[in-house]
Design a protein around this ligand. Structure first.
Ligand SMILES: NC(=O)C1=CN([C@@H]2O[C@H](COP(=O)(O)OP(=O)(O)OC[C@H]3O[C@@H](n4cnc5c(N)ncnc54)[C@H](OP(=O)(O)O)[C@@H]3O)[C@@H](O)[C@H]2O)C=CC1
Ligand SMILES: O=C(CO)COP(=O)(O)O
Length: 307
């Protein structure tokens, strides 16, 4: 059955999600600030509203939508970030603005260029409303895009969000040519750090071993297609952050996420050694090599995700 889907945000990810839904035979309207149609026109009659704007666009878009009467639409959020002013996740912002509507989080190892090239990929749709998650699963699932459901939306969202910080570290690791052992150690301990943060905020451990956690961590920490990886790589090669961002194709959410994360973790006493070094590196408070040395020279400890 044809479903009416409005996709907000015509960047790399919004365009790809619109393409996938269209290929499944749905009626899709894609909106960006450059569109000739108004947001109200694009959303009229929509059954599903997919938001794929970058984190800085979430609040402005939510505010615009508040004035529209949208009925029982299901919101799907595909943004991976944390709001700097409230520290909320995108789905928390959507749910607070539309408490009567179902919100579904979509996240996974989904480098858009690979999907656009027709390569197979898998993702996760997480929600407190499993009926809504199952509906969104059927809308996007295909022979090239396998969609799983999950009942831990916060875990799905945090996996996708926090791995961006680790991808910056991984890019720096490769830029410094530290080798495969170092990269494996970084990614493994990065996952332990993500689980520690996620558990503290109420997400389930298991979710982080899934596609939106470990899956996306592996994809972005190992691919030069990842913008976050490119940021870390460029910093390790001695480039300035401003120069890297000016030449980047699209958004590297990890830059903002690391700042919000460090602020929250300091407030809440969460131990985040890798993310803290990434944040210092981004702020030019430490060189890439000094960040590695700080991590290696910490007190020894048991291997656990606990502090
Ligand atoms: N690219 C990828 O491979 C994947 C990306 N993601 C996530 O999806 C999100 C978007 O990424 P991506 O598409 O790559 O990023 P892009 O930089 O390519 O696109 C960002 C989009 O956000 C929109 N936007 C930014 N600010 C506003 C605003 N104030 N109001 C309305 N729209 C705004 C932009 O609109 P405009 O064009 O008008 O400037 C643009 O459509 C990020 O959170 C990213 O982490 C998730 C999975 C895969
Ligand atoms: O989230 C992504 C893939 O799942 C995209 O990663 P980047 O934003 O680092 O390009």
């Amino acid at each position: 059955m044809e479903t009416k889907i409005a996709v907000i945000g015509a960047g790399a990810w919004g365009s790809t999600l619109a393409f996938l839904a269209k290929a499944n035979g749905h009626q899709v309207h894609l909106w960006s600030r450059q569109s000739s149609s108004t947001l109200a026109d694009v959303l009229a009659d929509a059954d599903i509203v997919v938001s794929a704007v970058s984190m800085k666009g979430v609040r402005p878009v939510v505010e615009q939508l508040r004035s529209l009467s949208l009925g029982k639409v299901i919101f799907v959020t595909a943004t991976k970030g944390l709001d700097p002013s409230t520290t909320c996740t995108p789905s928390q912002i959507w749910q607070a603005a539309f408490p009567a509507n179902s919100v579904v989080v979509l996240a996974g190892p989904n480098l858009s260029k690979e999907i656009q090239a027709g390569l197979p990929a898998a993702t996760v749709v997480g929600s407190n409303d499993m009926a809504a998650a199952k509906l969104v699963q059927t809308l996007f699932n295909s022979s090239r895009f396998r969609v799983y459901t999950n009942d831990d939306p916060l875990g799905v969202e945090l996996g996708g969000t926090l791995k961006n910080v680790m991808a910056i570290a991984a890019g720096a690791c490769d830029g410094l040519q530290l080798g495969t052992n170092a990269k494996a150690a970084l990614v493994t301990r990065g996952l332990a750090e993500i689980i520690r943060i996620g558990n503290h905020w109420g997400a389930k451990t298991d979710t982080f071993y899934g596609l939106s956690g470990l899956g996306d961590l592996l994809a972005t920490c190992n691919s030069p297609l990842s913008r976050n990886y490119q940021v870390g790589y460029g910093l390790a090669k001695g480039k300035k952050l401003t120069e890297i961002l000016a030449n980047l194709e699209g958004t590297a959410e990890g830059v903002n996420t690391s700042q919000v994360l460090v602020h929250l973790a300091n407030q809440q006493g969460i131990y985040i050694p890798i993310s803290a070094q990434v944040d210092r590196l981004l702020k030019e408070e430490v060189t890439p090599q000094a960040a590695v040395d700080s991590l290696m020279l910490r007190d020894v400890k048991p291997e656990t995700h606990l502090p």
